[in-house]
Design a protein around this ligand. Structure first.
Ligand code: NAD
Length: 486
C-alpha cells in the first residue's frame, strides 16, 4: 500500500451544490493525484435531487481541470450519490446502508468525515439524525466539517454549536475558515516565531499599528439573497479578518501541538477590547457601493435579489484593539469591501519610526513589513537606507521575496490543505468554539450600535474605488494613513 494513503469515507451534505463542485471535489482530486487518497476512499454526495451515481460522477468530472481523463475517471469511480432529504429520518437509514457497504468495499476501517456543505439552518437536523439513526462508526474516527456562516450572531452560533456537540465531541468538530488554509497566512507563525529578530520586535515597543485589507473586486454576484442577511461585517470580519488577527497577535504557543496553538489563539479572542457603545461609530465605519463612475458596474441596490432601499453594508473599516500587554496601544486597522478596484488580501505591519532622525532626512518613513496573501504571495520589508551618491537623505528600500511561478503552482488550494488536515486529525488550523464565540460577541456589539444609530447615507462609494472617505478618516484621526492605497 502507498504509505501516504489515508482511509476515509466522506459524506457530503449538499453534494450537488456549488461549494462541493467548485471547491471540494477538485481539492479531493488533488489529494488523489498526490497519492494521499488512493484505493481506500469513497465519497457520498447527498442532496434532494434524484441523481444517479453516473450522473453525479459526470458532474464531478466536469469540474476537474487537472490530471488525465483516465485519472479523472478512476477518481470519480469512488463517488456515489444518495438522494436525501435531510429532514426525513428514513433517508438516513438508506444512507447508513450505503455507508456500511462502501466501508466494507473500500476497507475504510470506519473512518468517516461528514461535511456540511449546505444551509446552516439544516446543520442541527443533520447532526441529530446522524446520532439517532446511528451513522457514526464505532470503530474508526468520526469527524464533522462545518462551513461558514456559523450562525449570524452569538446566540444563533451558540444554538448551532449546542446542536452539533450533542452528536459530536468537541474535538470531532472542524469549523472551516479557508483563510487559515492560505499559504501566506500559514506562513505568519514561521515568520514571527522562527526568526528571533522578528520575535524580538513583534510587540508594542516596535510596532505602531497593523493594517489588514481584504479587497474584493466582485460585487455580490448570485449571492444577493444571502448577502442581504449578512453584510460585510458578518461575512468577512467575524471570521476571516479575526482569524488573521489571531495569527498576527497570538502569543508564542508552548509547542506545535493542536492544544498549544489553539490555546495561543484563544488568548486573542478572549482579549478583544470591547468598545463602549458611544465609541463604536468612530471605531467602525461602513459603506455600500453605488454604480461605478463610468456607469459600467451596477450599484449594490440595483443588483439581483437586493432590496432597492437596502442598508446592508458592502464595506467595513474598523479599529480593533487587544487588551494584552504585548499589544497595548497598537491598533489593528481592518477593512474589507466588495467592488473595490482589485482583489487583494494584504497585511501591512507598520513599525515605529526612529525617535531621532540622525541624518536629518526629511523623507524618513516608518518601516513597513508587507505580507501579500493573495493573489501575489510574498513579503516585502520597506527599510530606510541611504540614498545613493552624495546625498545624506534616507530613502525606503524594499527587501523582497515573492513565490516564484513554480512555487506558486505548488501551493495547495486552501480546501485541499484543510481537508487533508481534517483527515489527519490536525485541528490547529480550524476555528475553535472559543474563537467563534469571542468573535461573535465582539461583532454583535458593533451590529447593535449600527442598528440603533442612523445609517450613513448609502451608497457612499462608487464601485471600483477603495471605499468611502470615512475609511481614510478613521486612520487620519490618529495621524495615520492606509499604507495600501492601490
Ligand atoms: P448551493 O445552494 O449551491 O448548494 C446547497 C446544497 O444543499 C445543494 O446540494 C442542495 O440540493 C442541498 N440542499 C438544500 N436543502 C436541502 C435539503 N432539505 N435536503 C437535502 N439537501 C438539501 O450552496 P453552496 O454555495 O454550495 O453553499 C453551501 C453552504 O456553504 C452555504 O452555507 C454557503 O454559505 C457555504 N459556503 C459556500 C461557499 C461557496 O463558494 N459556494 C463558500 C463558503 C461557504
Amino acid at each position: 500500500m502507498n504509505e501516504n494513503e489515508k482511509r476515509v469515507l466522506m459524506v457530503i451534505f449538499g453534494g450537488s451544490g456549488d461549494l462541493a463542485h467548485r471547491k471540494l471535489y477538485p481539492a479531493l482530486f488533488e489529494l488523489y493525484l498526490k497519492g494521499q487518497l488512493d484505493q481506500h476512499f469513497a465519497v457520498i454526495g447527498t442532496a434532494r435531487r434524484p441523481w444517479t451515481h453516473d450522473y453525479f460522477r459526470q458532474t464531478v468530472a466536469e469540474n476537474l481541470q487537472a490530471g488525465t481523463a483516465a485519472q479523472q475517471q478512476a477518481f470519480v469511480g469512488h463517488f456515489y450519490y444518495q438522494s436525501h432529504d435531510v429532514q426525513d429520518a428514513d433517508h438516513y437509514i438508506i444512507l447508513k446502508k450505503l455507508i456500511d457497504t462502501l466501508d466494507e468495499q473500500y476497507q475504510l476501517h470506519g473512518n468517516r468525515i461528514f461535511y456540511m456543505a449546505m444551509r446552516p439552518a439544516l446543520f442541527g437536523t443533520i447532526a441529530a439524525h446522524l446520532k439517532s439513526e446511528h451513522l457514526l462508526s464505532a470503530s474508526g474516527f468520526n469527524r464533522l466539517i462545518i462551513e461558514k456562516p456559523f450562525g449570524h450572531d452569538y446566540q444563533s452560533a451558540l444554538a448551532l454549536n449546542d446542536a452539533v456537540i450533542s452528536t459530536f465531541a468537541r474535538d470531532q468538530v472542524y469549523r472551516i475558515d479557508h483563510y487559515l488554509g492560505k499559504e501566506m497566512v500559514q506562513n505568519i507563525p514561521y515568520l514571527r516565531f522562527d526568526n528571533p529578530l522578528m520575535a524580538a520586535v513583534w510587540n508594542h515597543d516596535y510596532i505602531d499599528n497593523i493594517q489588514i485589507t481584504l479587497a474584493e473586486k466582485l460585487g455580490v454576484e448570485e449571492r444577493g439573497g444571502y448577502y442581504e442577511t449578512a453584510g460585510a461585517l458578518r461575512d468577512m470580519v467575524q471570521n476571516h479578518i479575526m482569524q488573521i488577527i489571531a495569527m498576527l497577535a497570538m502569543p508564542r504557543p508552548a509547542d506545535n501541538t493542536d492544544q498549544a496553538i489553539t490555546a495561543a489563539r484563544r488568548e486573542v479572542f478572549t482579549h478583544l477590547h470591547q468598545y463602549d457603545a458611544t465609541e463604536i461609530p468612530r471605531k467602525f465605519i461602513r459603506g455600500q457601493y453605488g454604480p461605478s463612475e463610468d456607469g459600467q458596474a451596477l450599484g449594490y441596490r440595483q443588483e439581483d435579489k437586493i432590496d432597492p432601499k437596502s442598508n446592508v453594508e458592502t464595506f467595513v473599516a474598523g479599529e480593533i484593539q487587544l487588551d494584552l500587554p504585548q499589544w497595548q496601544g497598537v491598533p489593528f486597522y481592518v477593512r474589507t469591501g466588495k467592488r473595490l478596484p482589485l482583489k487583494k488580501t494584504r497585511i501591512d505591519v507598520v513599525f515605529k519610526s526612529a525617535a531621532q532622525n540622525l541624518f536629518g532626512s526629511e523623507t524618513l518613513a516608518a518601516p513597513v513589513l508587507t505580507i501579500e496573501v493573495e493573489p501575489e504571495m510574498g513579503l516585502t520589508w520597506h527599510l530606510n537606507a541611504k540614498e545613493v551618491g552624495q546625498s545624506t537623505s534616507a530613502i525606503q528600500r524594499p527587501l523582497h521575496f515573492a513565490l516564484s511561478q513554480t512555487e506558486a503552482g505548488q501551493v495547495p488550494d486552501a480546501y485541499e490543505r484543510l481537508i487533508l488536515e481534517a483527515i489527519n486529525g490536525r485541528r490547529s488550523n480550524f476555528v475553535s468554539w472559543q474563537d467563534m464565540s469571542g468573535a461573535w460577541q465582539f461583532i454583535d456589539g458593533i451590529r447593535q450600535v449600527w442598528e440603533e444609530c442612523q445609517c450613513p447615507h448609502f451608497p457612499n462609494y462608487p464601485a471600483g474605488t477603495m471605499g468611502p472617505a470615512a475609511s481614510d478618516q478613521l486612520l487620519q484621526a490618529s495621524g495615520r494613513h492606509w499604507i495600501f492605497t492601490n
